[in-house]
Design a protein around this ligand. Structure first.
Ligand code: FAD
Ligand code: NA7
Length: 540
């Protein structure tokens, strides 16, 4: 039974990661709605279903890479180390799904290929790759912001006799031990898969396009006492996390490096190096690394000095040394630079000597140098943020296409809504917060569920932001981003990793605490930027 006259379901939810699962719980379990959910994966997990490569781990600490809303689940939480591995996160999300009985709402192995808003009925029509079409009042998309894989094409790839894999679509049963492995990409994923593969591969060749700043992750076992303390203080922990900027479970520094002495900088950076954690190194040490050139240079110089001390071969150290700003997603790894001291590891600098083609047996560089390989792993990332939206045929009022609307870069209001797309609620949509993500996902899903509850209580049919509010939000995100150094470094955060993709701002970089204030301000003031039950002239 649906509440919405004429609709098959009250809501369709797409995605079975943190976002989709929580949305199904809020709308179905708490509000009694009739919900249908889809995922093109074979089961629960989202990111953690797909990314099963060796070394896959969350670099958010275990105690805050989880949902905060369910006290029982928090107390049940099991983790051994400071960071949770992919199998542990996948098991956790399955446990959440079972605990909340979410699985029965899902149809797996089913891709949503199109979603169209029907002006006449005020309903969404959702079409799948199985040829099904269902209608619903609300469309909640938890498509993931790092989920549409980026597989660059190289000449000869189809003739390569070995195996080609992407980290973001990792099949079961891959054996890398004793193989000659090539890895393309040295981002967050590359760092993880490189450090895990080097000790087991016969030979590993890393094809590096951009040298990276990588600090230690500091993955240590967690003793029972620490875990018990975390569990006992969860109320305080989440309060801190949700009022902080990056929401990683540590206090961000309020002390600028600009005015600190060189000795003081070194002391603080050294302590952070020993502690471990990429976001901690960038945001827990000093307050201005992401905003001040002087502070950024100080952090970058420290990492470069460490690199030079660790890497024995000066030529390899030179290739590994970044020349740009320390202003991408901060990376951390398990003795990443030390990997290049191994006899079975070769570093190929493909910025200086690009990949020319795949041959039958490996990869040939422009210089003619050949690397014989059994397996090539693409750790080449994702068409981030809007990739899964533009891969679908999404149409709002009067057939307006999202793909066309976002041609010059994705827009979006609050990372959640879009003008002309009534009752569409995105989880981690464009121009949302850049943080440890589960607390941001919860924030968004709770705000969405509140709005749905308000609409149902008032008998409202549609909600959409004004185009003006959307434009102002996008402009605000741009202004905030331009106050940082991040736009000066090329990365997926601005869409720079995809050939032909417009380089635009895609995040609200003012932090989760401020973001939560914006959202609660809007609901408390009666949603002044949202149009409810908009009267629309018929287009002949
Ligand atoms: P996802 O988990 O990405 O789920 C989206 C789901 O939607 C997928 O299962 C996908 O198959 C499905 N889907 C998409 N389009 C369609 C469609 N058209 N039809 C049907 N189904 C569809 N975040 C952190 O905060 N900390 C970390 O340390 C961290 N580490 C990460 C490491 C890796 C390797 C990756 C890839 C991401 C990492 N992230 C991390 C980001 C991570 O994606 C988020 O933390 C979180 O898991 C996102 O959850 P989600 O539900 O929004 O999306
Ligand atoms: P990233 O951070 O986008 O990294 C992708 C890597 O692949 C990066 O080193 C790229 O080099 C490299 N790349 C991409 N295309 C090519 C081509 N054509 N040739 C050579 N090298 C290439 O993706 P990740 O998966 O590591 O991380 C994304 C997020 O997901 C991360 O924040 C985690 O949260 C999980 P480039 O730097 O562009 O020169």
């Amino acid at each position: 039974k649906t509440r919405t006259g004429g609709a098959d379901y009250d809501a369709v939810v797409v995605g079975a990661g943190f976002g989709g699962l929580y949305a199904v719980h809020k709308l179905r379990n708490e509000q009694g709605m009739n919900v249908k959910a889809y995922d093109n994966a074979a089961d629960i997990g989202g990111t953690w279903f797909w990314n099963r490569y060796p070394g896959a781990v969350s670099d958010t600490e275990s105690f805050v890479y989880r949902f905060s809303f369910d006290r029982e689940l928090l107390q049940r939480g099991r983790w051994k180390n400071r960071y949770v591995t992919q199998p542990e996160i996948l098991a956790y999300l399955n446990e959440v799904a079972d605990h909340l009985d979410l699985r029965r709402s899902y149809e797996f192995n089913t891709k949503v290929s199109a979603a169209q808003f029907d002006d006449a009925t005020g309903l969404w029509k959702v079409t799948t790759d199985k040829g099904q079409a269902v209608t619903a009042k609300y469309l909640i998309t938890g498509l993931g912001l790092l989920s549409a894989t980026n597989l660059p094409k190289f000449k000869g790839m189809d003739t390569f006799k070995g195996r080609i894999l992407h980290t973001g679509a990792w099949p079961e049963g891959v054996e890398l031990a004793g193989k000659r492995v090539g890895i393309i990409g040295t981002g967050s994923t590359g760092v993880q898969v490189i450090t895990a593969t080097a000790p087991i591969a016969k030979h590993l060749t890393v094809f590096q396009r951009s040298a990276q700043f990588v600090v230690p992750i500091g993955n240590t076992p967690q003793d029972a006492e620490t875990i018990a303390r975390q569990k006992a203080t969860y109320d305080d922990i989440w309060k801190q996390v949700k009022s902080s900027a990056v929401a990683f479970g540590f206090e961000e520094s309020t002390i600028p490096a600009e005015t600190a002495s060189p000795e003081e900088r070194d002391r603080v950076f050294e302590a952070a190096w020993q502690r471990g954690g990429g976001f901690y190194f960038m945001f827990g040490t000093f307050s201005d690394i992401a905003t001040s050139q002087v502070a950024n240079d100080a952090a970058a110089d420290f990492i470069k000095r460490k690199l030079k001390q660790i890497v024995k071969d000066p030529e390899t150290a030179r290739k590994l040394t970044p020349s740009d700003l320390y202003a991408k997603r901060p990376l951390c790894g398990d003795d990443y630079y030390g990997v290049y001291n191994r006899d079975n590891v070769t570093l190929a600098d493909v910025k200086a000597d690009p990949i020319a083609e795949f041959t039958l047996t490996g990869i040939r560089l422009a210089s003619g140098a050949e690397h014989e390989l059994d397996v090539v792993i693409f750790a080449t990332g994702f068409d981030a943020v809007d990739g899964n939206y533009t891969r679908m045929d999404m149409r709002g009022r009067n057939g307006v296409s999202l793909r066309d609307m976002w041609k010059e870069g994705p827009l979006g209001y609050l990372g959640i809504m879009e003008a002309e797309f009534p009752n569409l609620f995105m989880i981690l949509g464009p121009n949302g917060p850049f943080t440890n993500l589960p607390p941001s996902i919860e924030t968004q899903v709770e705000w969405i569920a509140d709005m749905v509850k308000t609409m149902e209580a008032k008998g409202l049919k549609t909600s959409e932001p004004t185009a003006q509010a959307r434009d102002q939000w996008v402009e605000l995100c741009r202004t905030i981003a331009n106050m940082t150094l991040f736009p000066k470094a090329e990365s997926w955060i601005f869409g720079a990793n995809i050939p032909g993709k417009k380089n635009t701002v895609m995040f609200y970089l003012a932090g989760l605490g401020n973001y939560r204030k914006v959202l609660s301000g809007l609901s408390e003031s009666g949603y002044p930027t949202i149009i409810f039950d908009r009267a629309v002239e018929c287009v002949a």
